[in-house]
Design a protein around this ligand. Sequence first.
Ligand code: AMP
Ligand code: MG
Length: 324
Amino acid sequence: MNTEIIKIDPNNIDVSLIDRAAETIRRGGLVVFPTETVYGLGANTFDPKAVAKVYGAKNRPADNPLISHICSLDQVEELARDVPDMAWKLAERFWGGPLTMILKRRETVPDIVSAGLDTVSIRFPSHSVAYELIGRSGVPIAAPSANLSGSPSPTAARHAIDDMNGRVDVIIDGGDSLIGVESTVVDMTCGVPTVLRPGAVTAEDIASVTGRCVYGGDYANAPKCPGMKYTHYSPRAEVWAVTDMSKAPKDENSVIITYGGGGFDRPAYNAGDTVKDYAAKLFYFLRRADEDGFGTVYARLPEEKGIGIAVRNRLLKAAGGKIL
Ligand code: AMP
Ligand code: MG
């Protein structure tokens, strides 16, 4: 397949370029687009044939459901039914932004979007390019991350192009994703809001609106979300999560990924000063380690608070649970 790559400045959007991509969505094609979390691989939620192509392009297992991306609250009820009051409150507080809510699915949403579950997951991104693309397509866009299944999610256009060139109709290059870890997924169908995947919006943030919120699913191995059993995010290099860098063996072909500075006895990628900078760059550096030919990655394991909870989750997956 011939892939068209379109560069769009998120701060000065050329709508004629967005319209080309929106037309591709409307006629059942695939568009890779930037969001504030990671790059997404999108198709019209209501077109089951287009959604099937998303699974094909990524080699994604059929039992791992997709998130539908919207750009107006009216679209929630095109997708979901019996939406609880708490969900509207969360929408008001955290949308557009990195929060995905699982709600009861309307029959009109094709089975393939939800991998046969009776729920649907919905997110309203804040990224200007995503917002315009969804609006001009006129339909919700079902989109997983734009990586081949099992690889780290792309947070730079170059990495989305590496994985998806030749597999999709259009790739929009809209610069780097600023958050860098995928959205928080919260299940709103089980009474107490339950975080199945940690992200930039924490359980604490959610509880400040809803009163209660617990971690479950991926975190607690509940069977609620079949897709979460898959390992994710691994580069070719062997990855270790490291609590104390002085414990990292000095293998010749290794690189350190960290934040907050420090002197190192080998090559190191430093994400910046804070754990937020680290979140923004972790997937980027995991892919960079492969590009630069490193065989082993020693990556700093951050503290379990704030966005550090999400970073630990992704890093431990990339490391297959290996901690030093
Ligand atoms: P990705 O967009 O590649 O990060 O994948 C979306 C994530 O959301 C996957 O981990 C899915 O398993 C999860 N997800 C999407 N829809 C649902 C749903 N209806 N119920 C539970 N989890 C979901
Ligand atoms: Mg993904």
